[in-house]
Ligand binder design. Structure first.
Ligand code: NIG
Ligand code: FE
Length: 419
């Protein structure tokens, strides 16, 4: 194990996010940037933060390697994207064009579009092809500051093809500096070629797929799309209960077009309920009073041209709000988390602190990870450097200011060549 000390700095501002709450609204005044600061690492973890000059003295005594920065930099925790579908094949550019020229969901689906189109392309792709494209997207995300990425299956929709996707995600995780956390979304939609009911399909998945997932250590998280036309609360409850019995953690595609999913999520104490564009005040209260994290997916709002998740209401009610990209070929093809989070902020009137919390420690919590998302002692040394002197520039530039450096596990894994 690497236990070498390393000092990085000085930063014009260091934003640690230490001490900010897990739930509810946060004001920017609670952020308290540290000026002329540094970070002392021990191996892959944060050892100390503080005034750069004092840390320099300590670093010398410890024989630390020093990484001295020239110019103005703001350092913030690296991002976690807790909801993506970046393992897929094919493109849905035609769906997008048809949707924007006023075609209905049914017309798009009849023209061969929708989730089923991606399923067919993904089924045809080899394990190697899926692995390579997942690595490529993960590395793009990494260069934009996302060091932890949740990746769902859900475009296989058969035991064999869901396994192929999850094996590809596992293989991709070995080949990118980003950390990929996989989730099984076999309950994305009823595959068109399945001869049987929704319950029969779910029964088959739980009987045949769950044991292999556990045996091969392919994932520890289970997701489902609870929606009209996908799976009803009645279908999904017994499926999720079986998953919980087997030790899987639960997350739900909830309240995207109609309500129902978030109630299931809260009832099962799911880690997160994601989407929530259709949530009413009732669901907002329900989520706020629970430990289930409310996950806004502005990329799907921007991709589909529909409502934003009621993020302001959720925070005011006391919920834990995380923000994820939902990067997928259908509803959210852009996949730029920072841009999407800033845009959500302008529409929902979120503070810088609330947005940053939503893509760092609050997002990590949605993956049950408590070791990242803040820059404080014993946390993983996952952080970003932006070439600016004011942290507010990051969201002000709405994603156009990209990180100059990305650090993961105490190593610089990406340096921008753009000044
Ligand atoms: O999160 N809502 C369901 N699933 C995805 C969309 C998947 C697709 O259209 O390919 C989502 O938006
Ligand atoms: Fe999704």
């Amino acid at each position: 194990m690497d236990t070498a000390y390393k000092l990085i700095g000085p930063f014009t501002q260091l934003i640690t996010l230490a001490g900010l709450p897990l739930k509810g609204a946060i004001a920017d005044e609670q952020i308290s940037p540290l000026a002329q600061a540094g970070i002392l690492l021990k191996g892959n973890k944060i050892f100390k933060t503080g005034n750069y000059e004092s840390l320099e003295k300590e670093a010398a005594l410890l024989g630390a390697i020093t990484v001295t920065l020239e110019g103005e930099y703001v350092c913030i925790p690296a991002f976690t994207d807790a909801h993506t579908h970046i393992c897929f094949a094919g493109s849905r550019a035609q769906d997008y064009a048809m949707r924007n020229s006023g075609k209905t969901y049914l017309e798009i689906s009849e023209a061969g579009g929708g989730i089923w189109d991606t399923v067919q392309h993904t089924r045809k792709a080899s394990l190697e092809e899926l692995t390579t494209s997942t690595i490529h997207r993960a590395n793009r995300h990494l260069s934009e500051g996302v060091t932890t990425i949740e990746v769902k299956s859900g475009y296989g929709l058969s035991v064999k093809d869901e396994l192929k996707m999850l094996r590809a995600i596992k293989a991709a995780n070995q080949e990118t500096p980003a950390e990929l956390i996989s989730t099984c979304l076999a309950a994305h939609t009823l595959p068109r070629d399945f001869e049987g009911s929704h319950s029969e399909y779910l029964e088959k998945i739980s009987q045949e797929l769950f044991p292999i997932l556990l045996e091969e250590n392919l994932c520890s998280r289970m997701d489902a799309f609870v929606e009209k036309g996908a799976f009803s609360p009645e279908n999904i409850l017994p499926y999720f209960k079986k998953a919980i019995e087997k030790g899987f953690q639960i997350t739900v595609h909830a309240d995207q077009f109609s309500t129902g999913g978030s109630t299931v999520a809260v009832q099962l104490n799911a880690l997160s309920a994601d989407h929530l564009e259709a949530s009413t005040d009732k669901e907002v209260q329900l989520l706020a009073q629970s430990d289930t994290i409310a996950m806004a997916l502005p990329g799907a709002t921007i991709g589909l041209g529909c409502a934003f998740t009621p993020a302001r209401k959720l925070l005011n009610a006391g919920a834990c709000l995380a923000i994820a990209s939902d990067w997928n070929p259908g509803s959210a093809p852009m996949g730029d988390l920072l841009t999407q989070a800033s845009i959500l902020g302008t529409f929902e009137k979120l503070s810088n602190a609330e947005i940053l919390a939503g893509i760092t420690y609050r997002a990590a919590r949605a993956l049950n990870l408590t070791d990242r998302g803040r820059i404080e002692q014993d946390m993983l040394a996952d952080f970003l450097l932006f070439q600016t002197n004011d942290y507010r520039e990051i969201l002000y530039q709405q994603g156009k200011l990209k990180p100059a450096q990305v650090w993961k596990n105490g190593e610089c894994v990406f340096t921008s060549n753009f000044d």
